[in-house]
Design a protein around this ligand. Structure first.
Ligand SMILES: Cc1cc2nc3c(=O)[nH]c(=O)nc-3n(C[C@H](O)[C@H](O)[C@H](O)COP(=O)(O)OP(=O)(O)OC[C@H]3O[C@@H](n4cnc5c(N)ncnc54)[C@H](O)[C@@H]3O)c2cc1C
Length: 169
C-alpha cells in the first residue's frame, strides 16, 4: 500500500462496510481504505444459496463466535427435559420452534439523554472525533425484518451523512 493517508478508513468489509465503501468512493475526490480481516471470498460455496448450510459450520468461512463464551456455563440440558428419543426432541422443536432474529445494538445510537446510547443519532462515537460505527451494532432496537437489508440501508444513510448530502437530527 503506497498511500498511507485516506479520507475514510472503514474497518470490516461485510454488508454495511462494502456499501459504505462503495458510496464513499463514488466520488474519486475521496480516497477510501477498506480493511477486511478475512481473505478473499474465493470459495464457490459463498456464492451458492445451497452453500449456506456448509459455510455456517466451516471455520475458514465463519468466525464461529457463537459458542465458546457460554460453553463453561452449561451444566445440564433443561429443555426438553431428559428426552428418550429423537422423536421426543423433534416433538419439542415442533411445539416450541419460533422465528429467529439476529443480534443487533451492541453500541446503539440514540438521543443525548439516553445513557445507553454509545453513538449519537448520526452514528458518531460520543467522545471520539472522526469515528463512526456503521453496522448492525448501531441499531437502537431489533428490526422486525431480517437484518441484512437494514444494515445496507444504514450504510446508505451513513454515506449521505458523511458526504453532507443530508443533515443529522
Ligand atoms: C448464518 C447467517 C444467516 C443469515 N441470514 C440472513 C438472511 O437470510 N437475511 C438477512 O437479512 N440477514 C441474514 N443474516 C444477517 C446478516 O448477515 C447480517 O445482518 C449482516 O451481515 C450484518 O452486516 P454488518 O455489516 O453489520 O456485519 P458483517 O456483514 O458481519 O460485517 C462485519 C465484517 O467485519 C469483518 N471484521 C470483523 N472484525 C474485523 C477486524 N478486526 N478487522 C477487519 N475486519 C473485521 C468481518 O470479517 C466481516 O466481514 C444472517 C447471518 C448469519 C450469521
Amino acid at each position: 500500500m503506497q498511500n498511507n493517508s485516506f479520507d475514510f478508513i472503514i474497518v470490516g468489509g461485510g454488508s454495511s462496510g462494502c456499501v459504505l465503501a462503495n458510496r464513499l468512493s463514488e466520488n474519486s475526490q475521496y480516497s477510501v481504505c477498506l480493511i477486511e480481516a478475512r481473505p478473499k471470498d474465493r470459495s464457490p460455496w459463498i456464492h451458492l444459496p445451497i452453500g449456506y448450510a456448509k459455510t455456517m459450520w466451516d471455520p475458514k468461512l465463519n468466525w464461529k463466535f457463537q459458542t465458546e463464551p457460554l460453553r463453561s456455563f452449561i451444566v445440564r440440558e433443561v429443555k426438553p427435559d431428559n428426552p428418550q428419543s429423537n422423536e421426543e426432541i423433534l416433538e419439542f422443536c415442533r411445539n416450541h420452534g419460533a422465528t429467529i432474529f439476529h443480534p443487533t445494538g451492541t453500541c446503539q445510537m440514540g438521543s443525548d439523554h439516553d445513557p445507553m446510547a454509545v453513538l449519537d443519532s448520526s452514528l458518531r462515537v460520543r467522545g471520539v472525533s472522526g469515528l463512526r460505527v456503521v453496522d448492525c451494532s448501531a441499531m437502537p432496537t431489533l428490526p422486525s425484518s431480517n437484518t441484512n437489508w437494514s444494515a445496507v440501508m444504514l450504510a446508505e444513510r451513513a454515506a449521505d451523512l458523511i458526504l453532507g448530502k443530508i443533515k443529522g437530527p
